[in-house]
Design a protein around this ligand. Structure first.
Ligand code: 3PG
Length: 212
């Protein structure tokens, strides 16, 4: 899948997986809700194996690795078969490792300085994190002023819900929106697959109805 296909549905489910055996059922629950992209965060020891299992079992699922804080995590993600990487911030060591492993990266930014740094490093689709706490849609629209013409795109994440999803998706510079609300850690731990499918289907419906 290219960057464009990961972002085509304009939604990324950010997941924290504690048990590797939950990885495939979770991805199946998202697929049942119509979403074919998951970001498995490197916040648990299960992350790399979870990515590998989903890649082996569900070839139609786009699988990213999230919360990449170190070059070694980029290596592990890449070896596990991750198709893209996401970081909460901008780090040259993570950026260099992603380039070395040819892993498309969505590094995190908030400020204009960070956007300029990311563009310098060659990244043009940037996670905007933590979106809600940093000013949400108003902040994104302000950043679009000086950066809109550069082609930079944002993936706002952090504090997104079904309720505010339409306002983020309506910003022209928003490539996709990320969030955990469709598959919160507790829902995964409880194996609440039907609930996750329902929340995903609801989010997909909103995304399909929201035009840029
Ligand atoms: C992330 O890593 O992107 C965030 O933890 C997701 O934020 P959310 O839990 O508020 O959706």
């Amino acid at each position: 899948m290219s960057n464009e296909s990961f972002l085509a549905q304009r939604l990324i489910c950010v997941a924290v997986i504690d048990r590797t055996e939950d990885a495939v059922p979770l991805a199946e629950a998202l697929l049942a809700g119509g979403l074919n992209v998951i970001e498995v965060t490197f916040r648990t020891a299960a992350a790399a194996e979870a990515i590998a299992r989903i890649r082996r079992s569900l070839p139609t699922m786009g699988v990213g690795a999230g919360t990449l804080l170190t070059a070694d995590q980029v290596r592990q993600a890449s070896e596990a078969g991750a198709q893209f990487g996401v970081a909460p911030g901008l780090s040259e060591s993570v950026s260099n490792a992603a380039q070395k492993h040819k892993l498309p990266l969505f590094p995190g930014v908030i400020t204009p300085t960070e956007v300029m740094h990311a563009l310098d490093l060659g990244w043009t689709t940037l996670k905007f994190f933590p979106a809600g706490a940093a000013g949400g849609v108003d902040m994104l629209k302000a950043l679009a002023g000086p950066f809109g013409h550069t082609g930079v795109k944002f993936i706002p994440t952090g504090g997104v819900t079904a309720a505010n999803l339409p306002s983020y998706l309506a910003v022209p510079q928003v490539a996709a929106v990320g969030g955990s609300w469709m598959a919160e850690r507790k829902l995964v731990a409880d194996k609440a697959w039907d609930k996750i499918t329902a929340l995903t289907a609801e989010a997909m419906k909103i995304a399909q109805q929201t035009q840029k």
